[in-house]
Design a protein around this ligand. Structure first.
Ligand code: NAG
Ligand code: NAG
Ligand code: NAG
Ligand code: NAG
Ligand code: NAG
Ligand code: NAG
Ligand code: NAG
Length: 831
């Protein structure tokens, strides 16, 4: 009996040990004692990734790699001993005596090692939940939590570019991190394809086949690669390129949605693709690939060739060019490319011709991938063209708001058509090559004009005018982005434009801040109209309770904000900071706020649809400048009709921007105790939790847009349906597929139905409950201007219910509270 009992105890102990041993193997670390032996593995702490031995399809060789643990594996992201397999199943991965992570075969020979000299005793390797395998060593430095990373798999990439990896290029040392393909599906050793980031000039990703360029992403414009039109919307927030302006840059990405499982993988045949785990259907889907069409292959149609996958044959010559070798070209061998038919004017002049003829011109190619090897110039949009014309070796130019002016000399290679997205490219041609088409265009234009009513001619001119203004906007963007590129240099800019006014001067100008001169009251204080001694009219904002900053900080902030200039922003002229008064001086806008027009029974008639659209577009552009293109990344936080001022021509100017900054909010996204803003415009996450981001401005913009279209106030309108807010009403009409019912009856809709509907849809998209569902402002611009085909379907907006009557008073109180000065003050004291 007793014996049996003992056996039983021993047996259970044995079970316990076995369990313990297996448990250890399931951990996420490898140490000298906790090694893994084929077929053992470790799993990252969150269970997402697994590291272990595997054999690729078609071989019995053993490799150590990392792959998805919870879902079927698409591929092995990372392989340690890719060049040196263990030939049988005797492999062991452990920490060697010198502190390196090693793989040994059955004969205890090291087949692979992290091979770092700095690794000490007690080193350990850990598989992180990002899929990164790191080698950690003990550190005496307590600040680093006892360990430092001495080696990581993410810096020794294989064929997969995972979230948080950094594709680094250092031009100073000429060191590049590259992704390299497998040799074949059954051989992980380094194959012929590689991917690198080339930050020279304008950063771009290249995929090489040996030393031959196989695919390129197109230039990086600060948000997307302009040669990948799919990036327009999907990846907008994921990718970033960090450039230290000193020759080192890296590309990285991180999906905002943590649960989004996706990565970039290069097959052994050189195809780069993006698989994505579709949770709904439990399978891998390919979202994007570099082999979607033959035109993806670099230089498919040779130099000066043009690739259009929708045409047959796919290759043609650029306009004004003809095949270099007609016979080969007709056989479908396009590699020889094309040559120019007529010499350019400047070339003829060089030849010594006295009759050089008329000036060269440009043929415009829309939605294309720009050629390779762009040269960057600091020229603005209009000058970009002039600069190209003035240099005989300039063959084409293009302007992208994010990149600036690009031009090309020599061959134009890898130009292809996109269906949407892409860039507008201007190819230089001799005048004679351009004439034919222009005549045709004139004929079409005449036909259109004849066939159209006078009304639409007017509309056309109004449209042209607004387009022209749009052009000037991009000019300003260019200014901003070239400024970015110039990096440091802005610090040296002379900062004298900001005027420091005397308090008494401003008191005199505003009749001592008399109520008669008061223009309005904003979230940060009252605004007064003033007239300086020299007769100049100004608007003076008296910051209530001042800010928590010191004087110098305040002035510094003002200097910076005074540099933020855009035609859709009200200009800050100066400031004053004396005693406890802090005053901001703006240019005066005689037309006052948009609310004065929009909600005025008479004046609103001045705002026809064209004007309203122009206002919507202008607000977008101003906001984009604040969010993205100014150096400061300003979140407005109090966007509303009364903060949109109108200039003489009824162009919108955003006012009150940067005020939140002066009060100390500097993070891109932050939690704040001080909820400033106006009830009815505030995004739910901001109103309720004090979380603000660019997306909370987008929400306010959505409300604003719907107000402009409908001519109704979101907070104070009493309409048919008392229980609905403006957002609720818009949503109701949307669901009834009757959004035009929302439109201000003062607008004559005729001919603009599609545009108006699109705007309302964008408004609803912006006002969605969840910030991540709302588009960014740059996407909004593309949507409003119909550059995105097929808008997403909006979800129900936030705040669709209207407060009941009893609640209305409390909501007024809330409004008061949110903008009340003491709230601001109390919180500031708490800082
Ligand atoms: C492995 O190879 C076989 C035969 O070549 C093929 O049918 C199978 O799909 C391959 N498996 C994977 C995972 O590639
Ligand atoms: C380890 O690195 C040294 C130089 O740092 C090099 O000479 C040696 O070949 C490397 N060993 C392995 C196994 O890679
Ligand atoms: C130190 O590391 C442990 C475990 O890795 C972690 O829980 C802890 O928060 C870290 N402490 C600091 C100060 O980083
Ligand atoms: C890559 O280059 C090799 C050798 O130049 C060539 O044989 C092969 O076809 C190329 N692959 C692709 C996909 O272009
Ligand atoms: C295509 O043209 C190039 C250059 O003209 C030539 O070298 C090559 O042999 C041709 N290829 C084929 C398949 O004819
Ligand atoms: C002009 O020069 C080009 C080469 O630069 C030559 O091919 C062409 O024949 C010349 N034309 C005349 C009219 O001299
Ligand atoms: C014309 O363009 C070429 C090519 O970029 C450049 O080397 C040259 O300096 C330019 N010439 C002038 C006058 O700007």
């Amino acid at each position: 009996m007793i014996l049996l009992g003992k056996v039983r105890i021993l047996f259970s102990l044995f079970i316990l040990f076995r369990y313990a041993a297996e448990f250890c193997m399931g951990g996420d670390v490898i140490t000298a004692s906790e090694y893994i032996q084929d077929p053992g593995s470790i799993i990252s702490s969150g269970g997402l990734y697994k590291l272990g031995f595997f054999s690729p399809n078609g071989t019995t060789n053993r490799y150590v790699g990392v792959w998805h643990n919870k879902i079927p594996k698409f591929n092995v992201f990372w392989v340690a001993n890719r060049d040196k397999p263990v030939l049988d199943s005797s492999g062991v991965m452990t920490i060697s005596n010198d502190g390196n992570l090693v793989i040994m075969n059955g004969k205890k020979e090291v087949v692979w090692s992290t091979n770092v000299s700095t690794s000490g005793a007690n080193a350990k390797a850990q598989l992180l939940d990002t899929g990164n395998l790191v080698l950690l060593k003990q550190s005496s430095n307590t600040g680093t939590n006892g360990t430092v990373t001495v080696w990581e798999g993410f810096q020794n990439m294989c064929d997969t570019f995972m979230a948080k990896m950094k594709l680094i290029t250092d031009e100073n040392t000429n060191e590049k991190q590259v992704l390299t393909s497998w040799k074949s599906p059954s051989d992980p050793s380094v194959g012929s394809f590689s991917i690198s980031l080339e930050p020279l000039n304008i950063p771009e990703v290249f995929l090489w086949n040996g030393t031959t360029l196989h695919w390129r992403s197109g230039p990086w414009n600060g948000k997307v690669f302009i040669g990948i039109p799919q990036m327009q919307s999907v990846y907008l927030d994921g990718f970033s390129l960090v450039d230290d302006k000193e020759g080192t840059a890296y590309l990285t990405y991180n999906f905002a949605e943590v649960s989004y499982l996706s990565f970039f993988y290069m097959r052994s045949n050189g195809e780069l693709l993006q698989p994505f785990w579709d949770e709904k259907y439990n399978h891998w889907r390919i979202d994007w690939s570099t082999r979607e069409s033959e035109c993806d292959v670099y230089g498919k149609c040779g130099s000066f060739g043009f690739c259009d996958a929708k045409k047959s044959p796919i290759c043609s010559c650029l306009r004004g060019f003809e095949p270099k070798k007609v016979e080969e070209w007709s056989r479908g061998n396009w590699s020889s490319g094309c040559v120019k038919r007529s010499l350019l004017q400047c070339e003829r002049m060089k030849n010594g011709s006295t009759k050089a003829g008329k000036m060269d011109g440009f043929v415009k190619l829309e939605t294309v991938k720009v050629p390779n090897y762009a040269i960057w110039s600091s020229a603005l949009e209009d000058d970009c063209r002039e600069q190209c014309l003035s240099n005989c070796s300039c063959a084409a130019y293009a302007f992208d708001a994010g990149v600036g002016c690009m031009y090309w000399s020599g061959d134009l290679t890898d130009v292809r058509q996109f269906t949407n997205g892409g860039t507008t490219l201007y190819v230089r041609l001799a005048h004679t090559e351009l004439e034919g088409k222009r005549d045709l265009r004139a004929i079409i234009a005449t036909a259109v004009v004849v066939a159209t009513l006078i009304f639409s001619i007017c509309a056309f001119f109004a449209w042209k005018k607004s387009k022209k203004r749009g052009g000037k906007d991009t000019e300003q963007f260019a200014e901003a982005s070239s400024e970015n590129m110039l990096g440091e240099s802005f610090r040296k800019v002379n900062l004298q434009e900001l005027v420091l006014y005397k308090l008494e001067e401003l008191a005199a100008a505003t009749s001592n801040f008399s109520d008669a001169n008061k223009l309005g009251e904003g979230g940060f204080g009252a605004v007064y109209k003033g007239r300086l001694l020299n007769g100049k009219e100004i608007a003076v904002k008296r910051l209530s309770g001042a800010s928590g900053q010191g004087l110098q900080e305040f002035i510094n902030e003002m200097v910076v904000i005074s540099k933020v200039q855009h035609r859709n922003l009200v200009r800050l002229l100066g400031c004053s900071a004396e005693q406890d008064e802090k005053l901001l001086v703006y240019e005066f806008m005689p037309n006052k706020g948009l609310d004065a027009f929009l909600f005025d029974p008479l004046k609103r008639e001045q705002l026809d649809w064209r004007r309203r659209f122009n206002i919507i577009d202008g607000i977008c552009r101003g906001l984009l400048y604040l969010h993205r293109d100014s150096r400061l990344r300003i979140i407005h936080r109090d966007l509303k009709t009364s903060n949109i001022l109108l200039d003489q021509e009824l162009n919108p100017r955003i006012s009150d921007f940067g005020t939140a900054r002066i009060f100390g909010g500097k993070e891109d996204q932050a939690d704040t105790l001080r909820v400033v803003g106006t009830y009815g415009y505030m995004a739910p996450e901001y109103a309720m939790e004090g979380r603000f981001s660019e997306k909370s401005d987008v929400f306010s913009f959505g409300v604003l847009l719907l107000e402009i279209v409908s001519g109704r106030h979101n907070t104070t309108f009493n309409e048919e349906d008392q229980s609905l807010s403006l957002l609720g009403l818009a949503w109701k009409y949307w669901e009834e597929d009757n959004v035009l019912a929302l439109v201000d009856p003062k607008i004559s809709v005729g001919g603009f139905e599609v545009e108006i509907k699109r705007c309302i849809t964008v408004g609803l998209l912006c006002a969605q409950e969840l910030p991540k569902d709302r588009p960014t402002i740059s996407t909004v611009i593309s949507m409003v201007n119909n550059e995105i085909i097929g808008l997403p379907t909006p979800d129900k907006p936030a705040f669709t219910e209207r407060q009941t009557t009893t609640d209305t008073s409390s909501s007024r109180q809330r409004q008061k509270k949110y903008s009340a000065n003491h709230v601001t003050l109390t919180a500031l004291e708490g800082r």
